[in-house]
Write a protein that binds this ligand. Structure first.
Ligand code: ATP
Length: 237
């Protein structure tokens, strides 16, 4: 059992404070969706968990390990995977090279090679196109590659920033299937989404961030969920 625990997180960009109190947890075999309006601080929260933004207050722990002050590569090796918004693959590099780069983030290269073969089985289109530059893949295929690139590092937690953004509806369904599969395989998934319907279809737990603070936290089976989310979106600072 793995738990990513974010408590009272404060972070931002230099002197600009964007997040003042983000609190949420993600358990293995479950999906937590982090919702909130544009600019609420969702991406900034993920960046701070990955180690890309400095944590000014609060803690990020993965099981017993406090990661709040460790550099990004150590967090990746500890099991924190991060798929940034907008398909961050290297377009001029082949599919294969992108996956190889993903294995470098993990703690075990041999395991990374095994996982790469697993990714080719799981996403046959990536196997077919392994020698092609990633830029030649469709948007949906690039999103799958970005997810596969994170998975070959063998994360225990996977953070996905708006994985459905800009994709055709049929592809969005495939992304949802991948998320369901990750949950079934025991990963802890932290999903940032603008698309509330997509998030609710995927999530076990829902957290709403409003102006950098967690203002709602509940279970997806809460009968009052949509109203509660609506109220949380409208809550003033
Ligand atoms: P969105 O869905 O629009 O990305 P979000 O909740 O993910 O929303 P963030 O991207 O975390 O929001 O942005 C929160 C605030 O931080 C915004 O006001 C934004 O302008 C600011 N911000 C984001 N990136 C930077 C940056 N590199 N430098 C300075 N300020 C930034």
């Amino acid at each position: 059992m793995t738990t990513l625990d974010i408590k009272g997180l404060a972070t931002g960009y230099g002197d600009l404070r964007v997040v003042s109190d983000a609190t949420l947890r993600v358990d293995s075999g479950s999906v937590t969706a982090l919702l909130g309006r544009n600019g609420a601080g969702k991406t900034t929260t993920l960046r701070a968990v990955a180690g890309l933004n400095k944590i000014n207050a609060g803690t990020v722990t993965l099981d017993d390990a406090d990661l709040s002050r460790t550099p990004p590569y150590r967090r990746a090796r500890a099991g924190v995977g991060y798929v940034q918004e907008g398909k961050r693959v290297f377009g001029s590099r082949t599919v294969e090279e992108n996956l190889l780069l993903g294995t470098y983030a993990g703690r075990d290269r041999a395991r990374g090679r095994e996982l790469t073969e697993e990714m080719y089985e799981r996403f046959p289109v990536l196997a077919q196109r392994r020698k092609l530059p990633a830029a030649q893949l469709s948007g949906g295929q690039q999103q799958m590659l970005a997810i596969a690139q994170a998975l070959v590092a063998a994360p225990s937690v996977l953070m996905l920033d708006e994985p459905s953004a800009g994709l055709a509806p049929a592809i969005v369904g495939q992304v949802l299937e991948v998320i369901n599969d990750l949950r079934a395989r025991g990963l802890a998934v932290l999903l940032v989404e603008q698309a509330v319907d997509f998030a609710l279809a995927a999530a076990d737990r829902v957290v709403v961030l409003n102006v950098g603070r967690t203002v709602y936290s509940g279970h997806a089976d809460d009968p009052d969920l949509r109203d509660a989310i609506q109220r949380a979106y409208l809550a003033e600072e």
